[in-house]
Ligand binder design. Structure first.
Ligand SMILES: Cc1cc2nc3c(=O)[nH]c(=O)nc-3n(C[C@H](O)[C@H](O)[C@H](O)COP(=O)(O)OP(=O)(O)OC[C@H]3O[C@@H](n4cnc5c(N)ncnc54)[C@H](O)[C@@H]3O)c2cc1C
Length: 440
């Protein structure tokens, strides 16, 4: 949470076509920002999309990149390709560093831009809850860059283990701990367990993989907190069958790069820790502290307008729209982001044309999480089920949601190939992971 900064250094203006139309600046082209912009295609507004990456990324499949299941290129989509027939949309790759709502300017690392309407869709980042040693020694999984780091890290650990003679060091190198038993943690740990079962014995025949321990550590007393008890129990059963050591009711308090300490004195030894235990709003500086609710998210009204600001909106993970049904804000998932983006575009056009606005109502289409091949859980309305059918549903829903026909095709082929061969073909250390190196 940042205090208002009135000594913002504004340098050059970002070059944009001059226009009489109102300018809508959108920061972030994730699920929320992209769905908003799609609805404004070729309308009577100038839309400026600013993102620090030149691509949209599909976060739900990051764990498959991290575990060598699919190539990174198949879950990202270039903004310039997306917007090629959007005559009123201009993309600028830049990192936004500050927002000045007094002068209506957005400051970036390449210059500043003025707005009539500002849409904040900057998503969320990993929350280490102030555990500095955990942050320094473990890896989060919020971006494609981080997923690639994890992929390299996993493979580098085995390359090192295979040449290590000391048993204790070799154990520590091959042990993996995932912290956080939400969908991302469950999916990641399941994929690592499959890696152990199907890939390692083939790739490292001279390494005894039976000694490898995989831990899933969760502070709650159950997995998949946002899903039904039935799904949570099923996920636990699947993970136990897959030889994952699940520790519930276990909060991690520190990690020095080797020893994981927890609140209930359970200790674990692992050289590799993946942290999926929390997220918080990810926002550039400049907005007043009173705009923020819990989790560094911006408080918005039912129309996504940021509390205390005029013509400034927030959608997706960065926003906290509190209602009776959602006292802590809506779920930080892709569906919320997409639906908020859609409605805001519709409302903004209506507002400009003097028409009535519609309040946001979340349409919960259900939740899915996969644990491994032929193992997934689904909560769809009153139907709670798991197993093969849930896994097929998960696969179809995710395949359909990826941007771009080519990406869908490549992921589909990849999945079909590994379904029949049990192979994960992308076990490449293209870029070595080096601890402490900033990637984005
Ligand atoms: C590993 C993982 C698995 C997930 N699985 C699921 C799932 O199965 N189902 C589901 O519904 N949800 C899932 N989610 C959650 C879902 O991905 C998020 O809720 C969704 O991405 C939120 O969309 P958003 O547009 O708010 O933010 P994002 O999609 O995160 O987009 C934010 C955008 O803002 C840009 N940005 C951020 N800061 C700046 C800045 N300062 N300057 C310029 N650009 C900036 C980023 O580059 C990014 O493009 C998962 C998330 C993760 C991390």
């Amino acid at each position: 949470m940042k205090e208002q900064n009135d000594t913002v250094k504004i340098t050059n203006t970002i070059r944009l076509p001059e226009t009489e139309l109102p300018r809508v600046v959108v920061i972030g082209g994730g699920f929320a920002g992209l769905s908003f912009v799609k609805k404004l295609k070729n309308t009577e507004v100038q839309v400026v999309v600013i993102d620090k990456n030149n691509f949209h990324q599909f976060q739900p499949l990051l764990y498959q990149v991290a575990t060598s299941g699919i190539v990174p290129d198949s879950i990202v989509f270039p903004f310039r390709k997306q917007f090629k027939s959007y005559k009123n949309v201009f993309f600028r790759m830049a990192e936004v560093t500050n927002i000045d709502t007094e002068t209506k300017q957005v400051v970036t690392d390449i210059g500043h831009v003025e707005y009539d309407y500002l849409v904040l869709a900057t998503g969320s980042e990993t929350n280490f809850f102030g555990l500095e040693d955990v942050q320094a020694n473990s890896l989060g999984m919020k971006t494609i860059q981080e997923a690639l780091d994890i992929r390299s890290l996993i493979l580098q650990r085995f390359e090192k283990a295979v040449v290590t003679s000391d048993d204790a060091t070799r154990d520590a190198l091959t042990n993996f701990a995932v912290i956080g038993g939400g969908p991302a943690g469950v999916e990641t740990v399941g994929a690592i367990a499959e890696f152990k079962k199907y890939i390692l014995p083939k790739d490292y025949p001279d390494l005894d993989v039976s000694m490898m321990s995989i831990y899933l550590i969760e502070s709650n007393d159950r997995l998949l907190k946002g899903m039904s008890d039935k799904s949570s129990e099923k996920a636990l059963k699947y993970l136990n069958e897959m030889d994952v050591n699940v520790h519930l009711g276990t909060r991690v308090t520190s990690y020095d790069g080797l020893n994981i300490a927890t609140i209930n004195d359970k200790g674990f030894v692992a050289k590799s820790v993946i942290w999926t235990a929390g997220v918080k709003g990810n926002l550039p500086e400049g907005l007043d502290a009173k705009c923020f609710g819990g989790g560094n998210r911006l408080l918005v009204n039912d129309y996504s307008e940021v509390k205390g600001c005029t013509n400034v909106y927030a959608i997706g993970d960065i926003s906290s729209m509190i209602s009776e049904e959602y006292p802590y804000g809506h779920p930080m998932v892709a569906q919320t982001a997409i639906q908020q983006g859609d409605l805001l575009a519709h409302n903004l056009l209506n507002q400009m044309n003097g028409k009535a606005l519609k309040k946001f109502e979340y349409n919960d289409k259900g939740s899915l999480a996969t644990v491994g091949k032929r193992k997934a859980v689904a909560d769809i309305g009153k139907f709670k089920f798991g197993g093969y059918f849930a896994w097929i549903l998960w696969s179809v829903v995710h395949l359909m949601s990826i941007s771009g026909f080519k990406n869908k095709l490549f992921v589909g082929i990849n999945w079909t190939w590994s379904y029949f061969t049990y192979d994960k073909g992308n076990r490449l250390i293209v870029r070595r992971y080096k601890k402490g190196e900033k990637r984005d």
